[in-house]
Structure formats: structure tokens, C-alpha cells
Ligand binder design. Structure first.
Ligand code: 76R
Length: 283
């Protein structure tokens, strides 16, 4: 516990991404009344999830063959994610949706700088490392970090309400010669500082949600990026490729790109008569 080589994180939403193929032909073959009923049932199921202060749900129309629809669900436990997964699969709409992929992760804010400070602060207080007192003091420091307004707002934010979304999983390399996990803490902290510096130069243009999936899924992190202009993804990710933390140590899984839309636009997505929009939040 609390090994000095391990950066701490603040953890919040439990996240399930689900990617589906939509059987548009089969849906189109339903009579209008049947389509309406199905949309009403799905909307009645999803609306409370979107309004829930203890979670959120977002829908996105995805581009290309990897999937047609991506559902992102935030909850406070895996149990709740599981309950909603089953509830969703019981909807009539699910007869037209084939699961193609998914991703399980927990939103995290990495604390490279703060962790180092905590270790120093506790050793200056002359607490014996890993004693009960030391552990309690460490927990208190983490708790205080979680309460800082900047962190608290990011930990429990709803899915960013921006039109374009890009999701991909990534690892930090663990090869025989190139191995992130064998770098010193200081080296990793310095690289993350540089990473954050590039990231922040895009501040306002993009909202990133980093979620950790070590122990849960096939990659180590899920990266969600949200922007009002998709070109921002290309510029940001390209620039990061030149940064040491990505250039030397990152490897990536499949990229998923699409457009978020409001639940009220579900029927537009399903009947395909116009492009479903992300509506401004109701006043
Ligand atoms: O959260 C913060 O603002 C503090 C700095 C920061 C951390 C700790 C930060 C900032 N990130 C952090 C952690 Mn990030 N990030 C990615 C990717 O495509 C690639 O090359 C990598 C995918 C992008 C695009 C991105 C964007 N970040 C992480 C971690 C955890 C690593 C670990 O703990 O070892 C990963 C995997 C990761 C990956 N990052 C930012 C951004 C952006 C845009 C920022 C600035 C946010 C802002 O201040 O607006």
C-alpha cells in the first residue's frame, strides 16, 4: 500500500462504454407505431439515468464500420453499471442492437506531483512509513485533494456536453527495453508534467476524461476526448505523439469517433431521417 513509486489517483465515476451495431433495415421494417413505442420505452429508461445526480448517460452516433452507436454510462458502482446493462438489454430497442465492443474503467485524476509531496510531508512529520498513523494521515491528504474545488468539479462532472467524441484505449509500454514502469518516479513525474503542459495548451478546446482500466479491461487506460470541432482531436493527438510520454511509452488500441446527440433526438437517430443533434441543455 502507498508504495512511493506508485502515483496515487483520485477515482470517481465507474464507466461502461458500449459499442453497438444498429440493424437499420430491421428497424425500418417496423411499422411507425411500433417504432414510436420502442423509442418511448427506451427514452423512459434512459432519461432518469441522464438526470441522475449519481450518474450520467450519453449517446453518440459513430462513424465507420466499428460501431453505429456508443453508449457511455457513468455510475457510482460496478453493481449499478451491471443493473443498467441488463435493463438496457431488456429494452425492445436492444433487439436491433448487436454489441460489438465495450470498455470498463474508472475515471481518475492522476496525482504525480501531489503523491511526491504527500510522502515528503509525512516524513517531515516524522510518522513511521506505513504505520496506522501514517496511513490515516495519507488518506486525509488524499481526501483533502479530492475536496479541492478544481478536482471535485472534474471528478464528478457529467459527460462533457460537446458535439464530437473520440474514444480510444491505451497502454504505457512494458517491453524488455522500453518499460514505463521501470522508470524512476522522478522521471515519470517529469514526463507527465510535460504531457500536462501540452494538454493544457489545448485548454478550452478539448475536454479529456482519463479513466483507469488496469485490472478491469484489456488496456490500461481509456481516453475520451470531447470537442466542438473534430480537427482539435487530430491536432492534439498529433502534437502529443512528439511528446516523450507518448512518443516513447504509449501504445494505442482502436479509435472510435463520432457525434454525441441528445436523448430527445433518439428517434432522429433511429429513423435516420435527419442527423440527430446535441441540443443545448434546457434552461
Ligand atoms: O489532469 C490534469 O490536467 C493534470 C495533468 C494530466 C495528467 C496527470 C493530463 C493532462 N493528463 C494526465 C494523465 Mn492526459 N491525455 C492522454 C491522452 O494520445 C495520446 O498521446 C495520449 C492520450 C491525451 C490526448 C491526453 C490529453 N493522460 C494522463 C494519463 C495517465 C497516465 C499515468 O498516470 O501514467 C494518460 C494515459 C493520459 C493520456 N491530458 C492532459 C490531455 C489534456 C488535453 C490535458 C490537459 C487538460 C487540461 O488542463 O485542460
Amino acid at each position: 500500500m502507498r508504495h512511493p513509486d506508485v502515483p496515487e489517483s483520485l477515482d470517481s465515476w465507474h464507466i461502461l462504454h458500449r459499442m453497438f451495431r444498429f440493424d437499420r433495415r430491421a428497424f425500418d421494417a417496423l411499422p411507425g407505431k411500433g417504432q414510436e413505442k420502442l423509442v418511448r420505452e427506451a427514452t423512459a429508461f434512459l432519461a432518469p439515468l441522464a438526470a441522475d445526480p449519481d450518474g450520467d448517460v450519453s449517446l453518440a452516433q459513430m462513424l465507420g464500420h466499428k460501431c453505429d452507436l456508443m453508449l457511455t454510462h457513468y455510475a457510482k458502482s460496478f453493481d449499478r453499471l451491471g443493473e443498467v446493462q441488463i435493463g438496457f438489454d431488456k429494452l425492445r430497442l436492444a433487439e436491433f442492437l448487436a454489441p460489438l465492443s465495450s470498455y470498463v474503467s474508472i475515471l481518475e485524476l492522476g496525482l504525480y506531483e501531489a503523491t511526491a509531496r504527500f510522502h515528503i510531508e509525512l516524513s517531515e512529520r516524522n510518522l513511521k512509513a506505513h504505520s496506522q498513523e501514517w496511513n490515516d494521515a495519507f488518506d486525509a491528504l488524499l481526501e483533502r485533494a479530492a475536496q479541492e474545488p478544481r478536482n471535485a468539479a472534474r471528478l464528478w462532472a457529467k459527460v462533457p456536453s460537446r458535439r464530437y467524441v473520440c474514444f480510444y484505449p491505451m497502454d504505457k509500454k512494458r517491453g524488455e527495453t522500453v518499460n514505463w514502469y521501470r522508470l524512476s518516479y522522478e522521471a515519470r513525474a517529469r514526463l507527465m508534467l510535460d504531457h500536462g503542459r501540452i494538454g493544457r495548451s489545448f485548454h478550452g478546446l478539448v475536454t479529456q476524461v482519463i479513466s483507469g482500466s488496469i485490472g478491469f479491461d484489456d488496456w490500461e487506460w481509456g481516453v475520451d476526448l470531447y470537442a466542438d470541432d473534430p480537427l482539435v482531436f487530430k491536432k492534439l493527438i498529433y502534437e502529443m505523439r512528439f511528446d516523450e510520454a507518448s512518443a516513447a511509452y504509449a501504445s494505442f488500441g482502436q479509435f472510435y469517433t463520432g457525434m454525441q446527440f441528445s436523448l430527445a433526438e433518439l428517434s432522429a437517430f433511429l429513423d435516420g431521417e435527419r442527423i440527430p443533434q446535441l441540443l443545448p441543455p434546457e434552461a
